[in-house]
Design a protein around this ligand. Structure first.
Ligand SMILES: *Cc1c(COP(=O)(O)O)cnc(C)c1O
Length: 350
């Protein structure tokens, strides 16, 4: 007898769509290599699966945020693959970092000093060109800092690449082009997903898309070509008939105006299905829209199944999770919609 738990909540992940999105971004990257940001557990999809599928397509460069994330994927790190850790090295990270094949992205003079003192080997360097978040400031940058470093990639990060007319795009491009002449490295890298859509000037040697790989469209150019990858699916735990005048869920926010058929789904805000979908989200079955009624609870959601009354306990429905539409109605970004999808989903690739 198999004792393997079968989750009543699944994330269906479309490998062909991921690969197609990668191919498109790679082509848009021109002569630059196209890498992949797989931080935050591959934007919620599962970093190991994403890495395996993209590596099989020829992607060679991967990016995570922390050393914990690096440890989760580094057993898949064949010699031909490269992994960079955006947040650099704190003193607490040094043992792990020195034992790891991944490279830190050094962000500050203190991180550089720490890496040099330890003879850390190959590293990347982040230059701040306007984000004012992580990276070495250009103002008063002491180029002697880099002496003795074995720099693979010098990078910077775009502030507003998704906005066509933002003045910072050109300023950052100019500042980065200038820095690229002064700091010697094997490669230079500026563009995230939206940056790739800004054209070949932004690509340099290596691009670092994240969101567009996973079905997000941070720039109108993406919308026609980027395919959805993620579909949350939940099992019906119970069916019921609600009489006119009765209410559904916490706070009695929904009152049935007639006899209704409803279903209770195994998904809630603890799974990342936000409370904002109370009364606005929907499930989909065979093309029929089944609106969420009442509040989203921690572990449960109720839907109106009048359009699909044959649904039974144990049946599965898809949640409507079209990223651009859902972002629009929820006020959450496409990034949040993906990264909040929690650990109770069973993630499976088709
Ligand atoms: C997250 C991240 C990326 C990927 O950005 P997307 O907008 O998801 O394409 C690239 N570079 C850095 C430094 C990042 O932090």
């Amino acid at each position: 007898m198999s004792m393997k738990y079968q989750s009543p909540l699944r994330l269906r992940l479309d490998r062909a769509a991921l690969v197609s999105n990668y191919r498109w971004l790679e082509e848009k990257s021109g002569s630059a290599a196209c890498g992949a940001a797989i931080k935050a557990n591959g934007y919620g999809l599962g970093a190991e699966g994403v890495m395996a599928h993209l590596a099989a397509e020829g992607c060679r460069d991967f990016f995570v945020a922390t050393w914990e994330e690096a440890q989760q994927v580094q057993r898949h790190l064949e010699a031909s693959l490269s992994l960079s850790v955006f947040h650099g090295v704190r003193p607490e990270d040094m043992d792990i970092a020195l034992a790891s094949p991944a490279r830190p992205v050094l962000n500050s003079p203190a991180q550089i000093a720490r890496w040099k003192a330890a003879n850390g080997g190959p590293c990347d360097v982040m230059i701040d060109t306007g984000m004012n978040r992580l990276g070495l400031s250009i103002d008063g940058l002491d180029l002697s800092l880099f002496e003795g470093l074995e720099i693979d990639t010098v990078m910077s990060h775009l502030v507003a690449a998704d906005e066509d007319h933002h003045h910072l795009n050109d300023i950052q491009l100019m500042l980065f082009s200038d820095i690229a002449k002064k700091v010697k490295a094997k490669r230079y890298s500026l563009a995230n997903s939206a940056g790739i859509c800004r054209g070949p000037d932004f690509a340099f040697d290596l691009t670092r898309p994240g969101i567009a790989l996973y079905g997000g469209a941070p720039h109108p150019d993406c919308e026609l070509f980027i395919r959805p990858v993620v579909a949350p699916q939940a099992e019906i735990l119970q069916r019921r008939t609600v009489r006119g005048g009765e209410t559904v869920g916490y706070g009695a926010t929904f009152t049935a105006d007639r006899t209704m058929e409803t279903a209770t789904l195994n998904i809630g805000y603890a799974d990342g299905y936000a409370r904002i979908f109370s009364g606005s989200g929907a499930a989909i079955k065979d093309g029929a829209r089944l609106p969420v009624i009442g509040r989203v609870s921690m572990d449960l959601v109720t839907i109106d199944v009048m359009n699909c009354p044959e649904l039974q306990e144990g049946d599965w429905v898809d949640l409507d999770y079209d990223l651009s539409y859902t972002a629009l109605v929820s006020g959450l970004s496409e990034y949040e919609l993906l990264t909040r999808l929690g650990h109770r989903f069973e993630r499976y690739w088709v």
